[in-house]
Design a binder for this molecule. Structure first.
Ligand SMILES: C=CC1=C(C)c2cc3[nH]c(cc4nc(cc5[nH]c(cc1n2)c(C)c5CCC(=O)O)C(CCC(=O)O)=C4C)c(C)c3C=C
Ligand SMILES: [Fe+2]
Ligand SMILES: [Fe+2]
Length: 351
């Protein structure tokens, strides 16, 4: 059946056969990752990512020559090399761990209310796209949609960009679903509890280091001055976690990783911090990254490999990376509770 115009049809109430069961959808969105650890695959991924105004806000006439003339000629090769270090037979950790989390959440939600919620996973950059996944959900009869970006702390560069993608996707639909969106869950008590238990369980199995470093992804400091609440939310997550773990102020340190470009980013930087801690005499350092729902390049390569090397080169003995919550029981429980709470008032949710 040809579509009358550019709008996408909605099959939920198709006149062909019985209407599909109306249900709510939960759309998990993560960043995205290249399709293979090669420069050829990393280039289009970085082009989409670094071409996003939410991520880099310079005027296009100023930024595009730098992006296409310099960065996309050099960085794909370097990034591909880093990706190759974490790639395994299952592919990119960010992808397969996000998929495992989505599947575990679907099973957990089904256990309580079989058949009422449909969990789907989309990527902000690359595939499966937000637009395609929302269309797919609508085709399955979803009329109410809860969007959950897998970023505990709000930043315009991450969560804000997901909101843009959702808004753009809805513009193409003749009958968009009813929409709810989780802005952040940085101090949700169940989330803090999950983080604390993840760390405690890891300590029970592996023993404790002398200090715990919490490393969050950085953003340009200027974005924070312009009103991005990200830094404040990272600090609050850290504070709540420290209280819950009953650590003293000196037992926990916070830093920001992954600076890109020449601007000043949030301080202190993670690489400088691990070197300083080693110089200060810390021998055994534990590092967790509570800003990442699942492990990825930033944790498995930048922290567990690069920064571990910085730490030992500066005189430290061992830097141990405490894995993200991934599809573990702690995170499945906390996110399932978060989802149920946000569905309150909808026929599929609450209670
Ligand atoms: C240049 C600007 C960048 C900003 C601002 C930024 C913010 C930001 N990023 C994440 C989460 C992730 N970033 C990841 C990789 C990554 N990030 C940037 C740049 C910015 N990020 C680049 C160029 C890359 C690609 C790798 C590289 O070339 O260094 C990842 C990992 C992806 C993977 O495939 O594993 C995540 C996750 C957040 C949460 C955030 C703002 C708060
Ligand atoms: Fe990033
Ligand atoms: Fe990085």
């Amino acid at each position: 059946m040809p579509l009358p115009d550019h709008y996408t049809g909605v099959a939920g109430h198709s006149h062909e056969g019985a209407p599909a069961a109306v249900q709510a959808g939960v759309l998990l969105v993560n960043l995205g990752t290249p399709t293979s650890p090669t420069a050829a695959a990393v280039r289009p991924y970085l082009a989409e990512f670094l071409g996003d105004r939410r991520v880099i806000d310079y005027p296009r006439w100023q930024w595009w020559p730098i992006l296409y003339g310099v960065i996309l000629r050099v960085r794909p090769k370097r990034s591909a090399h880093a990706y190759a270090r974490i790639w395994d037979e299952r592919g990119s950790p960010l992808r397969y761990l996000s998929e495992a989390l989505a599947a575990a959440l679907q099973a957990e939600l089904d256990r309580r209310q079989p058949g009422t919620l449909r969990v789907a996973l989309a990527m902000r950059y690359g595939e499966p796209s937000v637009a395609h996944t929302i269309e797919q959900l609508q085709r399955e009869g979803v009329r109410r949609l809860l969007v959950l970006p897998l970023y505990p702390q709000y930043s315009a560069t991450s969560t804000g960009s997901v909101i843009d993608a959702v808004a753009d996707a809805l513009k193409t639909l003749r009958w968009p679903p009813e929409l709810r969106l989780v802005n952040d869950y940085h101090d949700d008590p169940a989330h803090i509890e999950a983080l604390a238990q993840g760390i405690e369980h890891w300590w029970m199995a592996n023993g404790r280091g002398e200090k715990l470093l919490l490393s969050f992804h950085g953003i340009p400091e200027r974005y924070v001055r312009l009103g991005d609440p990200y830094a404040e939310q990272c600090r609050r997550t850290a504070q709540r976690l420290r209280e819950r773990l009953q650590l003293g102020e000196a037992d926990m340190v916070i830093s920001f990783q992954s600076r890109v470009g020449r601007e000043r980013w949030l301080q202190p930087y993670t690489d400088a911090t691990v070197r300083r801690l080693a110089a200060d005499g810390v021998r055994k350092l534990d590092v967790a990254c509570p800003g990442f729902a699942v492990d990825c390049l930033e944790t498995l390569e930048e922290i567990a490999m690069q920064n571990r090397d910085f730490f030992t080169a500066a005189g430290g003995e061992t830097l141990r990376y405490i894995p993200a919550l991934n599809d573990g029981a702690e995170q499945v429980a906390s996110l399932a509770a978060l989802i149920r709470r946000h569905l309150g008032g909808w026929p599929e949710g609450g209670a």
